[in-house]
Design a protein around this ligand. Structure first.
Ligand SMILES: Nc1ncnc2c1ncn2[C@@H]1O[C@H](COP(=O)(O)OP(=O)(O)OP(=O)(O)O)[C@@H](O)[C@H]1O
Length: 562
C-alpha cells in the first residue's frame, strides 16, 4: 500500500496536523483558564491576580478559531492534493495494462469511490488521531502536575474512548462489511438491470417482477444498515458515557483527596474537553476498515502487469510511406491456446487488405497486436523493417490506428467527440472528415455543438460508426485499421456504410476487418482467418471461384439478397 500517498505532501501534512493539534490545545487551554478564572474570581482576589488568566482566555478563544480554520484549510488542501495525485498515478499505472473495457464498472468505482478513501484516511482518520493524541497527552501531563490520581483516571478514560473503542468499532465494521458488501452489490446489479434493461423488461412484461426483486434487495440492505447504525450509536453512547464517568471519577478523586475547588474545576472541565477530539475516533475506526480495503484495491490495480513490454532503447521511428510485414505471428491470451497461430501478411503503401473469418477466429486479436495493446509470443511485425516491439507502443499507435470494435462516444458535443482525434484540426478539416464519413447532412441538421448524451445514446448504430470513421479519418494515421465497422447494423445501413467506407479509404493503406463480403471487390487482397490461421488469400474474384469459407459465405449472402 506504500506509495499511494505521495511523499511530496509530507510538509503539508505536518502543517495540517500541527494546526489541528493547536486548535484542540487552544480549546483545552480556553476551558482550563476559564475554569480557573471563574473559580478564582469567586474568591475575590485583587484584579492583578486574574489578569494573566483574562489574557489567556482571550488568546485561547481567538487562536482556537484561527487554528481550526488553518487546520480545515491545510487538511483539505493536503487531502485533495493526495487524492488528485493518487488518481493521476492510477491513470499512469493503468495505461500500460492496455484497454480495460472488460472491467469498466468495477474500474469506475475504484477510480471514484476508492480514491475518495485517500481523502477519508487523512481528513477523518489520520489528522483527527494525531490531534486527539497530542491533546490527550497534554491534558494528562497537566493533570499529573495537579493531581496524579486524577491523571491516571483521565488516562484510563482516554484509552477506553480513544483506543479500545475505535479498535472495537473497526472490528465490528469488518464484520458488517462482509455482510453489507454483497447486499450492496446485489442492489447495484438489480438497479443496473432495471435501468439498462428497462426496454426489454417492458417488452416481455417482466417489469413488475424485476421491480419487486429490486425493492426486496433494497429492504434487505436497509435492514442491515439499520442494524449496523445501532452498533455505531452504541459506540457513540459508550464514548460519551466514558467521558461523563471519567469526569465524575475525577471530581470524586478531588473530593476524596481534599483538592481545592480551583484545581477541581480545572481538572474536571479540562478532562471534559480532552475527550472532544477523542470521541470521533470511534467513527474513524469504523471508517478505517473501508478505507484500508479501498487502498488495498487501489494497490492491486496499480500492480496490474503491463500489457506490452516497452523497449529499453527505442528504435528510430520509421517515416515515409509505410510497409507493414507480419510474419509467423503467434499471439496467446493468457494460458489459452494461441488466438493467432503463424499469421503472415503484408500491407504495402496505398493498398487495402481485408480480413474475414468466423467469430472467434482471431481478427480483433490481430488488430490488437498491430496496435500494440497486446504482446506477441513469437513471429514478427515490422514497420519499414523496424520491429514493432522496438518502438514505444504509443509510437506504433501513431503509425497504425483507427476504428476499434466498440467505439466510445463521450458525453460531449458532436464536435468535441470528433476533436478527440484532432485537437488542432481546423473547422475545414473536421468538415472534410465528416463529409467523407457521410455524416455531414446529419451533423448540419442536428448541430455540431449538440451534446451527444451518455455513451452516444442519441445516435443510431450507423451514425455512431460513421462518427468513429470520421474520427479515424481525421486522425489520418499512415496505416488505417478498421475493426468491424458495420457490425450490428441492419443490412441496408451496413451496405451503405461499407460503400462509403471503401470510398473514403481509397488510396490509403488500410486493414479492414469485416464479417460482410459486399463491396470487397474493391480491396486489393482478402485474407480468410479461421481458428487463428490464414486459410485462404486472394482477390474477391479468386476467392469466389475457389471452394472454401469465403465462397460459402458469399453464396449464403447472395441467397439472402435474392
Ligand atoms: N482478453 C481475452 N482473454 C482471453 N481470451 C481472449 C481475449 N480476447 C479474445 N480471446 C479469445 O481469443 C480468440 C480470438 O478472439 P478475437 O476477439 O480475436 O476473435 P474475432 O475473430 O475478432 O471474433 P469476433 O468476430 O466475434 O469479434 C477467441 O477464442 C477469444 O475467446
Amino acid at each position: 500500500m506504500s506509495g499511494l500517498i505521495p511523499s511530496g505532501l509530507n510538509r503539508r501534512l505536518v502543517v495540517a496536523a500541527l494546526a489541528g493539534s493547536a486548535a484542540d490545545l487552544a480549546g483545552l487551554g480556553l476551558i482550563a483558564s476559564a475554569a480557573w478564572l471563574i473559580t478564582r474570581a469567586a474568591e475575590q482576589p485583587p484584579l492583578a491576580a486574574l489578569s494573566v488568566a483574562i489574557v489567556g482566555v482571550r488568546a485561547f478563544a481567538t487562536s482556537r478559531g484561527v487554528f481550526r480554520y488553518a487546520e480545515r484549510l491545510a487538511g483539505h488542501d493536503v487531502a485533495l492534493r493526495a487524492q488528485a495525485a493518487t488518481r493521476e498515478r492510477l491513470y499512469e499505472a493503468l495505461i500500460p495494462s492496455g484497454p480495460l473495457s472488460h472491467r469498466g464498472a468495477d474500474l469506475l468505482s475504484r477510480m471514484v469511490d476508492d480514491t475518495d478513501a485517500v481523502q477519508d484516511l487523512l481528513v477523518r482518520c489520520l489528522l483527527p488521531a494525531i490531534a486527539a493524541l497530542v491533546t490527550g497527552a497534554v491534558a494528562v501531563v497537566i493533570a499529573l502536575f495537579l493531581l496524579p490520581a486524577a491523571a491516571f483516571a483521565l488516562l484510563a478514560g482516554l484509552v477506553i474512548a480513544g483506543v479500545l473503542l475505535p479498535i472495537g468499532t473497526a472490528a465490528a465494521s469488518r464484520r458488517w462489511s462482509a455482510r453489507l458488501a454483497p447486499a450492496r452489490a446485489d442492489l447495484a446489479a438489480r438497479v443496473a438491470d432495471l435501468v439498462h434493461g428497462s426496454a426489454d423488461l417492458a417488452a416481455y412484461g417482466a417489469k413488475g417482477e424485476a421491480l419487486a426483486a429490486g425493492m426486496a434487495a433494497d429492504d434487505h440492505l436497509a435492514a442491515l444498515e439499520r442494524r449496523q447504525s445501532r452498533v455505531s450509536a452504541t459506540a457513540l453512547l459508550t464514548g460519551v458515557l466514558t467521558q461523563g464517568l471519567t469526569v465524575v471519577a475525577i471530581v470524586w478523586i478531588c473530593q476524596a483527596t481534599g483538592t481545592g475547588s480551583v484545581a477541581t474545576a480545572v481538572l474536571a472541565l479540562m478532562s471534559l474537553v480532552a475527550f472532544e477530539p477523542v470521541l470521533p475516533l470511534a467513527a474513524a475506526g469504523e471508517r478505517l476498515t473501508g478505507v484500508l480495503a479501498a487502498l488495498r484495491r487501489l494497490t492491486d490495480l496499480r500492480s496490474l502487469p503491463a500489457a506490452v513490454t516497452e523497449p529499453a532503447a527505442p528504435a528510430v521511428t520509421p517515416s515515409g510511406p509505410l510497409t507493414i510485414e507480419v510474419s509467423n505471428l503467434v499471439v496467446r491470451h493468457g494460458e489459452a491456446r494461441p488466438a493467432l497461430n503463424g499469421v503472415s501478411l503484408t500491407l504495402t503503401p496505398g493498398r487495402r487488405v481485408a480480413i474475414v473469418g468466423p467469430s472467434g477466429a482471431g481478427k480483433s486479436t490481430l488488430l490488437s497486436a498491430l496496435m500494440r495493446t497486446i504482446d506477441y509470443e513469437s513471429g514478427n511485425i515490422t514497420i519499414n523493417e523496424v520491429e514493432a516491439r522496438d518502438l514505444p507502443s504509443e509510437t506504433v499507435r501513431h503509425l497504425m490506428t483507427g476504428l476499434t470494435q466498440d467505439p466510445y462516444v463521450f458525453q460531449a458535443s458532436f464536435k468535441d467527440n470528433l476533436r478527440l482525434a484532432g485537437p488542432e484540426a481546423s473547422d475545414e478539416g473536421l468538415a472534410n472528415a465528416v463529409q467523407a464519413a457521410h455524416l455531414d447532412t446529419w451533423a448540419d441538421r442536428t448541430g455540431w455543438d449538440t451534446p451527444l448524451g451518455e455513451d452516444g445514446r442519441t445516435l443510431s448504430g450507423g451514425q455512431l460508426q460513421r462518427l468513429a470513421l470520421a474520427r479515424a479519418l481525421l486522425y489520418n494515421p499512415p496505416v488505417l485499421l478498421l475493426d468491424e465497422p458495420a457490425e450490428a447494423l441492419d443490412e441496408q445501413t451496413a451496405a451503405a456504410l461499407m460503400a462509403d467506407l471503401l470510398d473514403a479509404t481509397h488510396g490509403r493503406t488500410t486493414l479492414l476487418i469485416t464479417h460482410r463480403l459486399r463491396g470487397l471487390e474493391a480491396v486489393d487482397e482478402i485474407l480468410v482467418l479461421e481458428d487463428g490461421q490464414i486459410t485462404q488469400r486472394g482477390t474477391h474474384t479468386d476467392l469466389t471461384t475457389t471452394d472454401g469459407y469465403y465462397r460459402t459465405l458469399w453464396q449464403s449472402e447472395a441467397m439472402l439478397h435474392t
